[in-house]
Design a protein around this ligand. Sequence first.
Ligand SMILES: C[S@@+](CC[C@H](N)C(=O)[O-])C[C@H]1O[C@@H](n2cnc3c(N)ncnc32)[C@H](O)[C@@H]1O
Length: 441
Amino acid sequence: MLTPSSPDPLPSLLPAGSPSGLLIEGDNLPALRALLPRLRGTVKVIYLDPPYNTGNAHAYHDRFGTTGLSRGAAGHADWLDFMRPRLELARDLLREDGVLFLHIDDRESAYAQILGHDVFGERNSLGTLIHQRAKGGGNARSFVRGHDYIHVWGKDSSQVGPFVTEKKPPARYEAIDGQRMLVEDDVLRVSFGRYRRGEERRLMYEDIESVRGAQKLAQVDARIAAGEYALRPWGEPDPATGQQKHAVVRLTPAQDATSKLYSIIRVMNAEGSADLERLGLGGIFGYPKPVELLRVLIESQTWNDPDALIMDFFAGSGTTAEAVLRANLRDGGRRRFILVQQPEPLRQDYSSTGGRSMPAAASGDDAADTTAEAADPEDGDPPPPARAAAPTFETISAFCAERVRRAVAAHVESGGDPVALTVLTQEELVRSLASGATPPV
Ligand SMILES: C[S@@+](CC[C@H](N)C(=O)[O-])C[C@H]1O[C@@H](n2cnc3c(N)ncnc32)[C@H](O)[C@@H]1O
């Protein structure tokens, strides 16, 4: 079902009502400009993980500015010039209740935040999440950096609902009559306040009337009749009478069992490498984000919006696409995704990098950094695992396309709905938008 704010903007490329995805192999600036007339105001979530401007050896160009290692203001200014038009396009693509997640590390975080305030308006800032990505390690000069920042803005913050996530343990889930339910056994208490260790605080069903009165018992009975509560035998039967008491448990369908998202999200970056290995693509792209992190972010704003359109135009290895599939698998949703990744050369030099990928045509400062920064000593991330025999790819976008294809195949194998995936070059995109014809898939 499409919401009124998300009409079917690209029927031939992203058919509505069924899961589908579009990957554009090209520079995101012209690609977004081409898409904007069709997609304006239709995207619910945009996740951006742009180059951090660290100058480190990565699969992609990660250095802005031209003044060597101590680039200072020049590097920041170039990075800001690169980001501003892209953030402005992101803002225009978002629905009124849409949100943008901007993932960044220390180097550009402050600049990114001020740029975002400028583009979205500070009143539309929703705050900053911390992504704890590593536990320790590294030979830090000062301290081990184990986290990044995710700045969040709404197109119109007053229209953005709460960010939610599935209730975590001690919450317990059980399949009841084929439906996944949250089971809470601590909903009725003997009294309010503190309890001594080992003291039973649950009020047993058999004691409700004597402790809380007949009216409370009637309320509980009504909720049992409505299927909201159930009774569970609790503790041992009374040795004298043989009577078995029962706890009152609350049953909530899993899709309604949410808590507010906590501002610190802990998903190790090493999981991102494992995600690629599971698809037979390990050791090719350094430091992909973990699928689980992206799933949490995407679901936080699409929990009750399973037809939402999700976008990532710094797609890298394509993590966002797999996260959308995972979210759909969990709730049977039909979320669709658009990724943009430029066909940047992907050099795979495993002997010197421990499996990390590097730009093929690094030059000048980039080339110098490539060897100098095989591993950031202050970074708590372990180096990616060495590559097993794996296919080779000339460009990052080709790698991304293959990852998304494999993720789609794995999704269908796990019982997910088929996904219509379209991969286009930028030129094909422009042609197909101009003609309105269905492009080659
Ligand atoms: C930090 S990586 C993203 C990693 C990704 N989140 C993942 O999990 O794999 C940034 C990516 O943006 C891409 N990129 C940089 N500039 C771009 C541009 N102008 N258009 C499209 N992609 C670009 C780089 O090639 C790189 O793959």
